[in-house]
Write a protein that binds this ligand. Structure first.
Ligand code: ADE
Ligand code: ZN
Length: 347
């Protein structure tokens, strides 16, 4: 049984499938953009910006971040910087959310957002040795009209850069079935579909996503095991969950610590449950930290952590040839790291 050091897990090649550009932005950058854009900043020290104790408070801070983002260049900067930070956590490929609903409310058009985000993805691919595709998340509280508008916008973009549509923000008190038309439009356009569901809301929202909206993945899925028939279906259909254990502790507050998180049980049962950070800037906790937390909480061996990294490739929406190349690369990097740390070869 081989246990890995934290530094080894940081350097382990990874795929990340659940990360928001706004929540991944650096507090110092947000402070700088707020000053340049004349936005009143609520704290003196930018590090104090990211302090929250509930999902609602977290989303209030999200609003402050978004008020600081006004031009395409602003979106380019946070997108590019968070991909730089991803590389330092070992990420080789990321499918990442952007959530224009917040800035649309403040008068910034989605086309401005996308101009900056898409250019940063192209630049990061060229400069940083990281693959990336984007997922447009509509804002659930903004309602079905906004959702449909976002589906139609996403449908018209380059599919190699904007691969899917998702939905985020609050879950409680939202009538999820109201988004059927938006998901149908996304499906007709060939967009992949996902949804934040079962984070602090019931397993029923996961069921709506996979049975009624054709979701190819579910973001969080914390409450999945509450519904055994749905769990069987998710396992049979191998619909991945993009699980964010520390976020569920820090943001949604649905579990006291990572050791109490259902991800270990989900994986044991055969759920394709991947490990992700959600909002690494705001939590000051990236996906490498998350790998360490999960390994420690469940006494996972290096083999299991490598399997989690490979499951990220499986659960991704990259084309098959890209997935095969990622698998070859991961296997080779796993072997190099094991040899560097004086560990036996993978069985
Ligand atoms: N947007 C960013 N992080 C989120 C989360 N954990 N839940 C819902 N919406 C989000
Ligand atoms: Zn999220």
């Amino acid at each position: 049984m081989t246990v890995a050091a934290a530094e080894h897990l940081r350097r382990l090649p990874k795929v990340e499938l659940h990360c928001h550009i706004e929540g991944a932005s650096r507090a110092s950058t947000i402070a700088d953009l707020a000053r340049r854009n004349g936005v009143e900043f609520p704290v003196d020290d930018p590090a104090d910006l990211y302090k929250f104790t509930s999902l609602n408070q977290f989303l209030d801070i999200y609003d402050v971040i978004c008020a600081s983002l006004q031009s395409a260049d602003d979106f380019h900067r946070i997108t590019y910087e968070c991909l730089e930070d991803a590389v330092s956590a070992g990420v080789r490929y990321r499918e990442m959310f952007f959530s224009p609903g917040f800035v649309i409310r403040l008068g910034v058009p989605v086309s401005t957002v996308w101009e900056g985000v898409s250019a940063a993805v192209v630049d990061a691919r060229a400069d940083l040795d990281v693959g990336c595709r984007m997922i447009l998340d509509f804002d659930k509280p903004s309602g079905p009209g906004h959702a449909l508008e976002m589906a139609e916008f996403a449908a018209a973009q380059d599919r190699d850069l904007l691969i899917g549509m998702g939905a985020d923000s609050v879950e409680r008190g939202i009538d999820h079935r109201a988004f059927a038309e938006a998901y149908a439009a996304a499906g007709r356009a060939g967009l992949k579909r996902t949804m934040h569901a079962g984070e602090d809301g019931p397993a029923e929202n996961i069921a709506i996503g996979v049975r009624e909206f054709g979701c190819d993945r579910i973001d969080h899925g914390f409450r999945l095991l509450d519904d055994p028939a749905l769990t069987d279906e998710i396992i049979d259909r191998q619909i991945p969950l993009t699980v964010c254990p520390t976020s569920n502790v820090m943001i949604a507050n649905v579990v006291p610590d990572v050791a109490s998180h259902p991800i270990a049980r989900q994986r044991e049962l055969g759920v394709l449950a991947t490990v992700n950070s959600d909002d690494p800037g705001m939590m000051r906790f990236d996906v490498a930290d998350e790998y360490v937390a999960v390994a420690e909480a469940f006494d996972y061996t290096l083999e299991e952590m490598e399997a989690i990294a490979l499951d990220g490739i499986e659960a991704s929406w990259a084309p098959d040839d890209e997935k095969a190349a990622l698998r070859r690369r991961f296997e080779s990097e796993f072997a190099d790291l094991r040899s560097e740390y004086g560990l036996p070869a993978r069985a």
